[in-house]
Design a protein around this ligand. Sequence first.
Ligand SMILES: [Zn+2]
Ligand SMILES: [Zn+2]
Length: 405
Amino acid sequence: MTIDRFDLLTTAPAEPFADAKRRLAAAVEANRDEIVGLSQRIHADPEPAFEEIHASAWVAETIARHGFAVEHPVGSLATAVRGRLAGGQGGGRPRIGILAEYDALPGLGHGCGHNSMAASGVGAAIALATLAPELPGEIVFLGTPAEERGSGKGIMIRDGLFADLDAALLYHPSDVTGVECRLLASEDIYVTFHGEQAHAASDPWMGRNALDALILLFSSVGLWRQQLRPDARVHGIVREGGTAANIIPSRAKAWFMVRSPREDEYLEMRDRFRQMCEAAALATGCTVEVVFEGGASTMHHNRTLDRRFVANMEAYGVEDNPPVDNLGSSDMGNVSFVVPTIHPSIAICDPGVPGHSIEFRDLAAAPRADEVTLLAATLVAQTAYELFADPALVEAAWKEFRGDA
Ligand SMILES: [Zn+2]
Ligand SMILES: [Zn+2]
């Protein structure tokens, strides 16, 4: 299904609160140029995890212009943003979080389309701001750095920035549309082998080769894969493998990731990986440092909120699809264990375009992605509105979250 442009002004939104939802859609449409412009600007200036200096500043400026009280930075991350806007109906609860990622991939750019996500989150916040006088509670916009590496949201959780929220909403661009997002538990692993330098021709017996240790580790991982479940993942790159062919390398570095859809299996994989590092060091007479960082968890689904998002989406002719098997990881998983969370994907292109590719990167700035950005802003705002307007929905989401639904 290819839709060139969603008609945000004339399409009848899903009940309940269809009239307010229509006004939200109109507010997104009225701010079209600002929202799409932001997506394009972020796309053209890709900044990797923790370095989203321009993107976070642009996001902060934009929501400040629309009435949000902005903290930038907020918490311990220099590129994190929080914008708050109290509703005109007495403040208090609920506090609904609208999230935006804006990091890019090193050497690739916005191959995950976070430019579209950032602009849609800002668009949803702008639209909700126009209705703030009639809302209770508080609209909480969170600009969340470092999704691709380092689990920025995990750090923001430790900074207390999710502590008082009642829901966390965002959208992710994809090649397929589906509200259910299965996530793999995942972690970055930085491995450094230390050996002993020596002349590789005149006295190699004096050396201990750190690169050999690293090659052994890659071999062990390759053999390990035949005993892993099909949905487990382990993959890595060499970051440093020596400085010259005639020097036995004294240091070699790799960056790996280990992932699994089951937390218990993931913990086993983590232990096994560490043992392989130690075995490779032992075999080569080297030492090894293994640093685990930026853990992302699996997804704690909230079907109550998922269903509301799907109803809102289907009103615009976009159908939900069952989850696909090409799983990834996200620090949104960490958020999903703190507060009721949704992580829906909407297709910005035809199915089959791989994420984290040049093709997907280019499509993330194409006209179809811009239209999906505006639609996603509308749907996130509409789903947030339902939470503001219906205390029973907030309660139902928390009930399901606690497991007593
Ligand atoms: Zn992403
Ligand atoms: Zn990604």
